[in-house]
Write a new protein. Structure first.
Length: 316
């Protein structure tokens, strides 16, 4: 399906680039249908978690939830469904800032020649409970800057690639990074694979939790009892993952989904520290149970000799 310029012009276009001043833009790539409903302030991440990897994979259609995606999960998708594009990046490609050791600093989806869909960082609009980023600043000017940066980082945006603080920043190349584009398989061609992955015992339960977490992340004032509400689900997911017969790539996928979930919970509880003394008892118990399950699965994956598993473990 081809999207006309008129559709794009309906987007509230913030400060990055004004499509009305870009007459050459008359289509948007097939993989970008889902981003139209969240771009440029239509949805605001108030809590920390959703990140650049999530934006790239969501825009591509590989994931359906707007939550934190760990580097290991991003690596899984890149290695399994994508290949390096040695030519200039093209619409539908995932473009990355990649270091020589294979790790990724940033990722975005190319939606048009010269335009990308990205989220700058894990920051949400609201400071975390500890407000450690703001407390570390001494001047009112610095505090105002951090608040402004949070507001900007809370949005999923379409912008000119040269206006990206990553792809438009020469410091990364100075640090030895390269801008690597990946040509990834169309979602419609791997739909059966994606569905099968989502039905793995343990993964199903995690995806259910992710949808609830997405509601928390995009709520300006989430329910104070959210930890109590998630505790039972976390325990169920940990039990399912422990019992899951998933092996090979399926077992690896289950592992990386737990890693991403654990990372999102760290961000939700503030300052990247979870569980903590202010968390509910039930939540702390469930979180520790999930962490123990992740450690067991990690040990199994360290024995996995596949090239995909090696790449994922290296990304930890």
């Amino acid at each position: 399906m081809v999207y006309l310029l008129a559709l794009i012009l309906n987007i509230a276009y913030a400060t990055d680039c004004d499509l009305k001043n870009e007459p050459h833009l008359n289509t948007i790539s097939n993989d970008s249908t889902s981003i139209m409903r969240i771009v440029n302030g239509q949805r605001v991440a108030y809590q920390d978690g959703p990140n650049c990897y999530n934006a790239a994979l969501f825009g591509k259609g590989y994931v359906s939830e707007l939550t934190f995606v760990d580097n290991t999960e991003f690596t899984f998708y890149i290695k399994k469904f994508c290949s390096p594009n040695s030519q200039t990046e093209e619409p539908g490609d995932i473009i990355t800032v990649k270091y020589q050791d294979g790790s990724y600093e940033h990722a975005a989806l190319v939606v048009q020649k010269g335009l990308i869909f990205e989220k700058d960082s894990t920051w949400g609009k609201n400071p975390p409970r500890s407000s450690f980023q703001i407390k570390s600043q001494e001047s009112p000017e610095d505090k105002a800057r951090v608040i402004a940066e949070r507001a900007d980082s809370s949005l999923y945006k379409i912008k000119n690639i040269n206006q990206s603080s990553y792809f438009g920043n020469p410091k990364y190349k100075d640090q030895g990074a390269q801008f690597q584009a990946y040509k990834c398989r169309e979602t419609k061609n791997i739909n059966a694979d994606l569905v099968n992955l989502s039905l793995i015992l343990g993964v199903k339960e995690i995806l259910n939790i992710n949808k609830k977490i997405e509601n928390l992340v995009f709520s300006e004032k989430p329910e104070e009892s959210w930890q109590e509400m998630l505790a039972a689900d976390l325990s169920v997911a940990a039990d399912a993952a422990t019992k899951s017969p998933a092996s090979d790539d399926d077992g690896l996928f289950l592992f990386i989904k737990i890693v991403s979930l654990e990372g999102q919970l760290h961000h939700l509880t503030g300052a990247g520290i979870a569980p903590d003394q202010s968390s509910s008892v039930k939540f702390n118990e469930a979180f520790r149970k999930l962490k123990k399950t992740r450690e067991i699965l990690e040990e199994k994956q360290r024995q996995n000799k596949s090239e995909l598993a090696k790449a994922v473990i290296q990304a930890l």
